[in-house]
Design a protein around this ligand. Structure first.
Ligand code: GLU
Length: 305
């Protein structure tokens, strides 16, 4: 398959869509990003990769970080994890409070904000003050790139304006579903959301999920095959908040988005791919990124269905 040609076609076909969405503005530091950017990268098992657009530009990975934290927690705690966080789509927005109250502080899944905050708290039970350092070094390891770090300005901005996330953590604490100090947990949550990566790094880092938990390039095992299956299933059913069904319908791949405009997707047994374009649709997912992935699976036939 001529992937470079396909990426060129996609870049051309998405061009008319610029200016249709809106950059995330509830985190002020993200509102300043130039909206007219686009990058797409594919990482194959044999180590080869294909890229187009602003592929060296780093962006805030935001909720995509929830895949890494959940991977670490699943590795540490296995099925025990599901006592504190579910595995069902929420059908609500990523920062919704309503469901959390009537479901007694147990978030529906690890990919909405409440679920990722609980996951961070669980990691803190093991890693204590080293929690964020551990998350960051895990991301550096799966990406094979020690330069990856977080953006202090974005983390500060999230902290200053994170009223809803503070409400979520306090609600969960009131139901005894948070063990550690809420301020420490939320600070680490904001830091991991503020990690900056480019599309090259992003798809490289998720390749293990396309290969039953084992990185096919260096043979490092991060998860069991069964655990990797669970994460892919959750990405398919819960990876795009209340637009998860729509993403599965349009794209047909497990994926995870973030309000920084990034999306990572998995073609099991073949590749990991990533796309970035900062303008979001009404559900908080990259508008152009979603379209680009839809075009990719339509042109290549590489969806899971
Ligand atoms: N840091 C963001 C928040 O907590 C993540 C949201 C997202 O990417 O969906 O609001």
């Amino acid at each position: 398959m001529n992937f470079d040609q396909i990426l060129k076609e996609i870049q051309k076909e998405i061009a008319p869509l610029f200016k249709e969405g809106q950059v995330a503005n509830y985190i002020p530091a993200l509102a300043n990003v130039n909206p007219n950017q686009f990058a797409m990268s594919l990482q194959l098992f044999d180590g080869t990769s294909h890229h187009i657009g602003d592929v060296d530009t780093e962006f805030s990975i935001q909720s995509i970080s929830k895949v890494y934290t959940f991977t670490l927690a699943l590795h540490l705690y296995g099925k025990e994890l599901y006592k504190n966080v579910g595995h069902e789509p929420s059908g609500n927005s990523f920062n919704s409070l309503i469901q959390l109250e009537y479901e007694h502080g147990i978030p529906r899944n690890p990919f909405i904000n409440a679920g990722a905050i609980v996951t961070t708290d669980l990691l803190m039970n093991t890693y204590k003050d080293e929690t964020f350092a551990k998350i960051l070094s895990f991301i550096q390891e799966v990406c094979d790139d020690e330069k990856i770090t977080y953006d202090k300005e974005v983390a500060f901005s999230e902290k200053e304006h994170g009223y809803r996330n503070l409400a979520l953590i306090n609600m969960m604490k009131s139901f005894d579903n948070i063990t550690n100090d809420t301020h420490n947990v939320i600070a680490d949550y904001f830091k991991h959301c503020s990690i900056s990566m480019n599309t090259k790094q992003l798809c490289r880092s998720m390749l293990f999920l396309a290969n039953h938990g084992i990185d096919p390039i260096n043979n490092k095992q991060y998860l069991t095959s069964s655990q990797a299956k669970r994460i892919n299933s959750l990405m398919l059913t819960c990876g795009h908040y209340d637009a998860s069904g729509d993403f599965a319908f349009q794209v047909g791949l497990p994926g995870k988005s973030g309000v920084g405009g990034g999306i990572v997707a998995i073609v099991p047994g073949v590749m990991a791919l990533s796309v970035w374009s900062p303008q979001l649709n009404k559900k908080g997912n990259s508008l152009i990124g979603t379209k680009a992935l839809e075009l990719f699976t339509t042109k290549t036939g590489l969806s899971i269905f």
